[in-house]
Design a protein around this ligand. Structure first.
Ligand SMILES: C[S@@+](CC[C@H](N)C(=O)[O-])C[C@H]1O[C@@H](n2cnc3c(N)ncnc32)[C@H](O)[C@@H]1O
Length: 199
């Protein structure tokens, strides 16, 4: 598989991060402070190869939170043993199963939801865009049910045709001042990804 070997790729290797994506989350943290001393329950819904989990664990430790809990889902079967981290091979679109797993883990409300999605593509631009956007929309039910009223989230989006409407809807739902858009330096210039953050 082709790997984009720039400064961030090398930095990720040096710092033992599984992927350069960790630096995107780091930049988001530096600007919006999504992790703090109250961030105990974290859900990551597309997590492999888990660099965002590495970053979340480091933040929990830095904030001296002993009883943090991180639940992660990915369609890939990843076996990792980390304290307070619970991993599930699970398609995020199966909402009933997702709910069941959260209940098994005694999760009632979530402080932070991380969504760095990259669904499997068939390389037909329009179809891939519709599928990806549909998946993101489905996951919003999890936010409705589980995110604390003052909870935070990070969602990676792409500049799809529905992007502006999606941002507008999020602003209506959560309040205009709570929703921020951000393109980190570590995100490749040519990538159409952009992050929507609820602070
Ligand atoms: C960009 S990667 C996430 C990178 C991660 N944030 C990190 O820092 O390492 C996106 C992940 O979404 C997963 N994925 C794609 N479709 C999925 C689905 N329907 N349910 C759960 N995970 C899915 C892929 O397997 C992939 O590992």
């Amino acid at each position: 598989m082709f790997k984009y070997q720039d400064h961030y790729f090398k930095k990720a290797q040096e710092q033992w991060f599984k992927a350069r994506s960790a630096f995107k989350l780091e930049e988001i943290q530096d600007k919006f402070h999504i992790f703090d001393k109250t961030t105990r329950t974290i859900l990551d819904i597309w997590c492999a190869p888990w660099s965002w989990i590495q970053y979340a664990v480091a933040q929990s430790q830095e904030n001296k939170i002993q009883d943090y809990k991180i639940i992660w889902f990915d369609i890939l079967d990843i076996k990792v043993k980390l304290p307070n981290v619970f991993t599930y091979k699970q398609d995020i679109s199966d909402q009933a199963k997702v709910k069941e797993i959260l209940e098994q883990n005694w999760v009632e409300k979530i402080d932070l939801i991380q969504s760095d999605m990259a669904p499997f593509t068939i390389w037909v631009k329009d179809i891939d865009a519709i599928r990806s956007f549909g998946l993101i929309e489905q996951t919003l039910r999890i936010y409705d049910q589980y995110l604390k009223s003052d909870g935070k989230f990070v969602i990676k989006l792409f500049m799809w045709p529905w992007f502006d409407q999606f941002v507008l809807d999020m602003k209506k739902k959560y309040g205009g001042t709570k929703i921020k858009l951000f393109k980190p330096q570590s995100s490749r210039k040519e990538s159409k990804e952009i992050f929507i953050i609820k602070i």
